[in-house]
Ligand binder design. Sequence first.
Ligand code: 5GP
Ligand code: SF4
Ligand code: MG
Length: 449
Amino acid sequence: MFGIWGHEKAAELAYYGLHAQQHRGQEGAGIVVSDGKKLKLHKGLGLVNDVFKQADLKKLGGKAAIAHVRYSTQGDKGKGVDSVQPLLFHSLTGSIAFAHSGNIMNSHELRGELESLGSILQTSSDSENLAHLIKRSKKETIEGAIVDVLPKIVGAYTFIVLKEDKMYVAADPRGIRPLSIGKLGDGYVVAAETSAFDIIGASFEREVLPGELIVISDEGLESKRFAIREQRKMCAMEYVYLSRPDSDLNHVNVHASRKRMGAELAKELPAEADMVIGVPDSSISAAIGYAEQSGLPYEMGIIKNRYIGRTFIQPSQELREQGVKMKLSPVRGIVEGKRVVMIDDSIVRGTTSKRIVRMLKEAGAKEVHVRIASPSIQHPCYYGIDMSTRKELIAANNTVEEICEIIGADSVAYLSDQGLEEAIVKDKTINQGVCMACMTGNYPVKGES
Ligand code: 5GP
Ligand code: SF4
Ligand code: MG
């Protein structure tokens, strides 16, 4: 997600901001702009580059924009362009656009309520529920309506709403999904990842706090609270896997945290080996940390074709396997005859590890010791990461020994819960708690899924 307020080149900057966050979703992209009087939308299926051409951005114009890249989760399976965000609604009193990230756990219930009141919903998107709830609120202002509606929502979410003359930004009471505010000249920017600020030369201001609603307009920035501030529970998987290494989440740099995960892993689970290799790209930081701590050389044993999207974005298992095959290749000259420690950031379904171990063995590796830079994922995520059924999680259905056998490794071991938490949370005084529910089963937000 991305938002910008108070800049002549709002649409173009939104495009760059999306581009820096392309890894967060590859199914679709959209931008809505405001010129102060009306809202305009351009969206489509595919990558940011496919959806937007120079002429589209020119046509959009505007001095404020919100933007989104789409990655559908289990609870949110709409596939067509209608489900691509931002969603834009017109009415007699003006227009309103929504971009949302995360998962609303009680959306089924909210939908039922809305339909019984006569709302006709057009998409399967959570954001549409939010839009209708806000429209139906009896409060006079949009601020009032948002503050009225948000406490009804159970789940993990961040969102940006755009009106002709204002932008609204909010994060759930636990702050599970990341969202930061930056400054660019006299204007403001908002992004899930700070990598989007760097690319457009904006400076980081602060995080959107758990349970906070921020209203941005030409008058500046105003903060309101719609929920009691609870301890933050930022998604640990953002650090482990999802975010870009150059992003800072909650004052912690992602690459640095991954290196600490790798170093912890080396302390907890050393291996007799000749070299350490990482699975590109997300495991390289952890592999460097492991190598540094263990004293083993870090080697480039696997290379990645960078023109193929992330495996987990592709919907079916069959496609996933195909994607993995196309994506990674072993470096025979490096691994042949060697004992290799292979670091991966996580095992979800087991597809990646299995394929890579086989690939390394076929390339002549003598032993492959798999070390995973996060604890085993045994519980579904209800907060917006696409692993929402126990059935698909290899560690929910197999012991570590069985996993080792399935993926054909010489040994498999995972980082401890405590090791991961310590690698992320550097300074407890700045409210840096993390969600680790998919590993511990300890869910910070309870509700239906
Ligand atoms: P698997 O192949 O075991 O399903 O997925 C684990 C590997 O793919 C890791 O290398 C990780 O980087 C990536 N990955 C694929 N899907 C997901 C997902 O839904 N969540 C996380 N955390 N990582 C995933
Ligand atoms: Fe992130 Fe796991 Fe928590 Fe989901 S359950 S928000 S993936 S840490
Ligand atoms: Mg990976």
